[in-house]
Design a binder for this molecule. Structure first.
Ligand code: FE2
Ligand code: FE2
Length: 268
């Protein structure tokens, strides 16, 4: 049995395969439909009352600092823009799945990677930044599945201090699969857009991807935001391949963490 068959087998044996929240499916589809706009997005959001309330509370928070009361979903979308509204919706709708018991660190890591991917794309003018936040946010979604397979055993991986690319090899030894394989199967079932699917599958081996920009970007940010990051973990060669030249990686790391922590506070 190869790695993919073993992973399919493991997932098929699970009783509860996580479902992608419906609102995310709709929003992501919408964003990949060029003729769809603010009206369509507002219609999707308004179907979910709890989501509307949370969106308005976040956009009225100090993090966005609009300085006036925003009282409607339409107003929120026109001030934030489609892309940022999508990011908030995906984050809020996904939070129950990513913050399962004992996985506070996965929730934090997902937000930091999301913020980092978006920030780097904007700051260094790297193209294709549209999905940057969501890509970073969902890259480790396969860990949710490994946690379902054997929660106790998986918790020890969550607190691992080794380099993430080493960590995934250790997963394979213990679980006969790894979170990029379980994640890419989930992504397939959830019918996520190709660019996000590729990030989930290849973020630990970006050069294996046909289009390696997005998996490489996530690989770099994933490593920068690790708690025990040291400068020698930063892969300059890989960064060069996506036209990313960071002068002071520690300073950039601090900026990303500060932004990420501020967003985490608003989402709590
Ligand atoms: Fe990962
Ligand atoms: Fe990660």
């Amino acid at each position: 049995m190869d790695n993919e068959d073993r992973t399919i087998d493991l997932i098929n044996n699970l009783k509860d395969i996580p479902a992608m929240p419906n609102v995310i499916v709709k929003i992501l589809k919408l964003m990949h439909n060029e003729s769809a706009g603010a009206t369509e997005m507002a219609a999707v959001i308004k179907c979910d009352q709890a989501l509307c309330t949370k969106l308005l509370s976040i956009i009225n928070s100090a993090y966005y600092g609009f300085g006036r009361q925003i009282t409607s979903v339409n107003m929120a979308i026109s001030l934030l823009g489609l892309k940022k509204t999508k990011n908030i919706i995906v984050t809020v709708a996904m939070s129950p799945l990513l913050s399962f018991q004992g996985a506070k660190s996965l929730w934090r890591h997902s937000i930091l990677t999301a913020v980092g991917c978006e920030y780097i794309c904007e700051k260094y003018n790297l193209g294709s930044a549209d999905d940057a936040f969501v890509m970073g946010f969902l890259h480790d979604i396969g860990k949710v599945v490994l946690n379902l397979i054997d929660s106790e055993r998986y918790q020890s991986f969550m607190s691992s201090k080794v380099h993430p690319d080493q960590n995934i090899q250790d997963e394979r030894l213990k679980f006969d699969t790894d979170h990029s394989s379980t994640g890419s199967l989930l992504a397939l079932r959830w019918q996520l857009p190709d660019v996000i699917k590729d990030v989930i599958r290849y973020h630990h081996y970006p050069l294996k991807a046909r289009e390696f920009f997005a998996p490489a970007l996530v690989n770099i940010v994933n490593i920068i935001v690790q708690d025990n990051f040291t400068e020698d973990w930063y892969d300059k060669e890989l960064a060069k391949m996506i036209n990313l030249h960071i002068d002071d990686v520690n300073a950039l790391r601090n900026e990303i963490i500060e932004k990420g922590e501020a967003l985490l506070k608003e989402l709590a």
